[in-house]
Design a binder for this molecule. Sequence first.
Ligand code: HPA
Ligand code: ZN
Length: 324
Amino acid sequence: MKTWLKALPKAELHLHIEGTLEPELMFELAARNGVTLPYASIDEVRAAYEFSNLQSFLDLYYQGMAVLHTEQDFFELAMAYFDRAHADGVVHVELSFDPQPHLLRGLEPSVPFEGLERAMREAEQRYDISSALIMSFVRDRSAEEAMTVLEQTRAWHHRLAAIGLDSAELGNPPEKFAAVFERARELGIPRLAHAGEEGPATYISGAMDALGVCRIDHGVRCLEDPALVERLKSEQMPLTVCPLSNVYLKVVERLENHPLPGLLEQGLKVTLNSDDPAYFGGGMLNNFIACHDAFGWDQATFRQLARNALEEAFMNDERRSRLL
Ligand code: HPA
Ligand code: ZN
């Protein structure tokens, strides 16, 4: 089954590129850029990856990404990820990045954009992996700052597949960003948001109503509201579910208790994704294998999950029909 799952052409729709930073590269970039890390060794970094909730992960995630200083750093980060994604049988990746922490450290917007895009072009040539770029706003920072960043990055908007909304969910409901997402709609940019990971089901309906999203990242808490489940089903709203992430961040205690089988039984449009593979026990293939081990799904189920992702991907139709 592992060989079959590896060969299955997979599209990853929910991936934070800063969450692909492995400790080895973190140390290399820290040395290159003169950044002091609060760890003595790579093993110590890995040992620190014990999370009690989303916030405890975010603290390390923002600390880790501070080693990224140059276009070349972003290029190497993304290329290292594409190498692993190719080995996992991934054929399409939608990588999101958080511009705010990088801009706040003094980087120009061109640094992440140009570095990531060079890697995306290289991945296409080297591996025939297609990709799309998503710019995510940090929801525990102000809506005004997000609006400023949206305007400040106008020169790159034509290269964005979508904007997203991530980071600390509880206490930062989607409505906080209604004006920013309305502005993105006026500018013709598709919109996504994390919702219903740690936040309640009302954040999922809020993201649909106040932000006009075409996809929900996570969404696993929707089962708490049967009317919302009906709506998600009738609209076939895609949910980019991240099984191992939900275990590592204690959204569920064990994968066997994950609502995934229930989401599928309800006829929801579910996809499987890795979220932050360097922090949460591996990439796409590990997530697929973990689901096989936990739920005993057959090939038809995995084929449907992979198909859902290809159908919902920001990808040209000629490539989509070739892959489907
Ligand atoms: N949730 C919210 N924000 C994030 C995550 C996540 O899992 N990963 C990176 N930013
Ligand atoms: Zn995420």
